[in-house]
Unconditional design. Structure first.
Length: 301
């Protein structure tokens, strides 16, 4: 059921550091053609930092750990038959031999099966605003409590309720580690006003925390919160109106379920004249670099 590229198979056999990358950001998170270019740049960034990239997806009912160029193109092409896959969608897509891009949740499952400990994305899913009514809470959060994978992100996407997302992670016992910050970053912005209880200054410190967690038998993942670089960030005050407008549009058009996050991200790009897209690309590249540094530190310890 699982296919590895030669590069990833070799890295597994020789214990080289590997970084998992997800594919929902390619198929449903970023617009064409930036999505394909970013997918390739992410792999290049991981390689430049001394680790092997393993972009994960499901193609023809096969779990692909590592993708070749034509796989990436297939995932990036608009209007293809690529579904957005979370944990609950996997049995259907595998049995029907379908195609899908894996979310943070589904990528964590596959990474764990492949023995990959570190994974980079843009922003994790979380508790949506208004979830008291809609019950919309990303399956990413439950997965963080289940799969033994560290996820590097720039915060939960700021379209979410960040405070409730932190509460939910606390309830699930998921460590949330600020990288060189005491504050939860907010995806496009570096600050949220919400304090974190755990901070690390170096990839080595993060590797030590992960090793302590897993060697003690504390199952489940961890989230590394890596603020977007200053030069690429959008101030909270400059983006909040666009977030409100995107949420209002989703409400008006009654968008819900798995469509909601892609809809909101797409609207943000239009509402910010492309600024949110530039920041999204910058932050995910920054996360891939840190994830590779952590994977290298883990392999060395
Ligand atoms: N990070 C990005 N863009 C994205 C995502 C993350 O910069 O599109 C994706 C991830 O795959 C994440 C998903 O799991 O958004 C969250 O979707 P939902 O809220 O439906 O769980
Ligand atoms: Mn949801």
């Amino acid at each position: 059921m699982i296919d590895y590229t030669d590069e990833v198979a070799d890295a597994r056999a020789t214990n080289k550091p590997i970084v998992a990358l997800e594919s929902t950001i390619i198929s449903h998170g970023l617009p064409w053609p930036d999505n394909l270019e970013t997918a390739k740049r992410l792999e290049a960034v991981v390689r430049a930092a001394g680790a092997v990239p393993a972009t994960i997806a499901v193609l023809d009912g096969r779990v692909k750990i590592g993708l070749n160029e034509s796989d990436l193109e297939r995932l990036a092409t608009p209007d293809s038959d690529i579904q957005k896959l979370s944990r609950r969608d996997l049995p259907h897509i595998l049995a029907q031999k379908g195609h899908g891009a894996t979310t943070v949740a589904a990528t964590m499952i596959m990474a764990q099966k492949a023995g990959i400990k570190v994974f980079a994305t843009g922003g994790i899913g979380g508790v949506h605003r208004g979830s008291q009514q809609t019950f919309d809470i990303s399956a990413d959060l439950q997965e963080l409590a289940k799969s033994d994978v560290a996820v590097v992100c720039a915060g939960p996407k700021a379209i979410l309720d960040l405070s409730l997302t932190l509460e939910y992670l606390e309830t699930l016992g998921v460590p949330v580690i600020g990288y060189q910050t005491d504050e939860l970053p907010a995806f496009w912005s570096r600050s949220s006003g919400l304090k974190l209880t755990s901070r690390a200054e170096t990839p080595e410190e993060i590797a030590a925390m992960l090793s302590a967690k897993w060697s003690f038998g504390l199952a489940g993942g961890a989230v590394i919160m890596n603020p977007v670089p200053e030069d690429d960030a959008i101030a909270e005050t400059d983006i909040s109106a666009a977030i409100d407008a995107a949420l209002a549009a989703a409400d008006k058009q009654a968008i819900s379920g798995k469509e909601l996050t892609p809809f909101l991200l797409q609207h943000m790009v239009a509402l910010t004249g492309g600024d949110s897209l530039k920041t999204n690309i910058a932050l995910v590249l920054n996360n891939a670099r840190l994830a590779a540094n952590i994977a290298v530190a883990m392999a060395a310890s």
